[in-house]
Design a binder for this molecule. Structure first.
Ligand code: NAD
Length: 469
């Protein structure tokens, strides 16, 4: 939650009740130099990059085991650090475990390409690690996002410096502790703490950092991309979204409505793939919207470990302030708030960063409310007349991360799925994710794909070798 910056210390507060959860020291520039030097030294001397793949895989499996053994305490720490419900936090530990196991497998099976003999030579390619990799992550799903970068970067043989968000700094040191206990050599995975514009920028600018993998907002992504371009080092960017969730008249409405509600109000909307714009075919617009509003207004908003909780607090009071401003601006733009749009009227929750699930309609697709990411529990509803109207409106944004399509007509689902600008298309489902399937964005939602085999190749450079015969 809200971080206090005192004497170079970050203090994390529980967004559900304002209590202190923990504190970490911010990394100084001098310490950064030492950490990068340690990473360089580990990369060259620890033997990690030249370990036989099955031995590297064994350590990655041991990290997964270590995470699993501490699942409850890690989930509890994440819940108190950023306010997601305990169920979601447990799911994120499971996801991190799965990611380490997946890349342990990929590490063992990844093959090189061989071109058969052309008479007097044979050629083939090998994958080489870059060296020291910077992994910069946001606050919304710390352990899961950390694992998505750290596991493949280590599997490829790199040394990794992890920079978690200053708004959720407590999980990354736990991951490093568990990884070292699992047998990862000293220096192969380290953490730096502090503000993005300070230690984050210094990390990206450091001459011995050879690759940057970033997940976060589009503004910081652009700055990091610019620096990486100047330095001519590879960069992977996983950025924001304004994902459309589409409900056709022929959809299974019961499931579609449940998915639209879960797609935006899960994690209190603080998810890059939150379905924050719902497009409803005009002939069923009123009925579907009414049912979405009815469901949203009865969601159980409570402490993240309460029985039956469906939505916890936002990650911090300052983030809630941003969401309040976003909704006020939506009203100034002419939007009608159909439910929510305010702090819950419940004295038990008064010390926390709670906000009610909010549904707004009546706005043009080009309004700022329909274009900008709220990163909170705010859904905007828009009608559409036909497929071409839908495609034009849904694609009329700078983002292109994900979309959801609800229809019983599979040919139509295919057409729309191909036509929408989105890195992930969910048809008659939403927010599913498996480590084996690539993930990333079109347009301003990012560059590169994490997860899957591509997720490991991000952290490796190809070397072509020729042997004369
Ligand atoms: P943010 O961009 O403010 O910060 C993300 C990380 O980058 C933090 O660790 C921050 O300290 C660091 N940072 C910020 N400026 C930097 C700079 N100039 N140089 C180096 N590091 C810098 O994002 P946030 O508020 O933490 O997270 C929310 C955003 O993340 C949303 O836009 C969300 O959509 C996005 N996100 C994307 C994905 C994805 O996979 N596409 C996943 C989760 C979150």
């Amino acid at each position: 939650m809200p971080m206090q910056f005192t004497d170079n210390v970050l203090v994390s507060y529980n967004p559900a009740n304002g209590e202190e959860v923990g504190r970490v020291r911010m990394t100084s520039r001098q310490e950064l130099d030492r950490i990068v030097a340690d990473a360089q030294s580990a990369f060259h001397n620890s033997g990690w990059k030249s370990l036989l793949p099955h031995k590297r895989a064994a350590v990655l499996h041991a990290i997964a085991d270590g995470l699993m053994a501490e699942k409850e305490s890690l989930a509890d720490l994440q819940m108190r650090d950023n306010g997601k419900s305990i169920g979601e936090c447990r799911g994120m530990v499971d996801s991190a475990v799965g990611t380490f196991r997946y890349y342990a497998g990929v590490c063992e099976t990844l093959e090189t390409d061989v071109t058969p003999s052309r008479g007097d030579y044979v050629s083939f390619t090998v994958l080489e690690p870059y060296g020291v990799v910077a992994a910069i992550t946001p606050w919304n799903s710390p352990l899961m996002n950390d694992a998505t970068k750290v596991a493949p970067a280590l599997a490829a043989g790199n040394a990794v410096i992890l920079k978690p968000s200053e708004d959720s700094p407590l999980l990354a040191p736990e991951l490093v502790r568990i990884a070292l206990a699992a047998g990862l050599p000293h220096g192969q995975l380290q953490v730096v703490q502090g503000r993005g514009a300070n230690i984050g920028a210094a990390l990206v600018e450091h001459p011995d950092v050879r690759m940057v993998s970033f997940t976060g907002g589009t503004v910081a992504g652009r700055t990091i991309g610019h620096t990486a371009g100047e330095r001519l080092i590879p960069v992977a960017l996983e950025l924001g979204g304004k994902s459309p969730h589409v409900v056709f008249a022929d959809a299974d409405r019961e499931h579609a409505i449940a998915a639209v509600v879960a797609g935006i109000f899960g994690s209190a909307g603080q998810s890059c793939v939150a379905g924050s714009r719902v497009f409803i075919e005009r002939e069923v617009y009123d009925e579907v919207l009414e049912r979405i509003v009815e469901r949203a207004s009865t969601l159980c908003v409570d402490f993240p470990d309460a029985d039956g909780v469906e939505m916890g607090p936002l990650s911090s009071l300052h983030h809630r302030r941003r969401v309040i401003d976003f909704v006020e601006r939506a009203q100034a733009e002419g939007g009608r708030v159909l439910c929510g749009g305010r702090i819950p009227d419940d004295s038990r929750l008064a010390a926390g960063a709670f906000y009610l699930p909010t549904v707004i309609d009546g706005l043009p697709p080009r309004s700022r409310t329909c274009q900008e990411e709220a990163f909170g529990p705010v859904l905007v509803a828009l009608p559409f007349d036909d497929e071409s109207d839908l495609i034009e409106k849904a694609n009329d944004t700078d983002f292109g991360l994900a979309c959801g399509i609800w229809t019983e007509n599979f040919k139509k689902a295919w057409r729309i799925g191909r036509a929408l600008d989105a890195g992930s298309v969910w048809i008659n489902t939403y927010k599913q994710s498996v480590t084996s399937t690539p993930f990333g964005g079109f347009k301003d939602s990012g560059i590169g794909r994490e997860k899957g085999i591509d997720g490991l190749r991000l952290y490796a450079q190809v070397k072509s070798m020729y042997f004369g015969l």
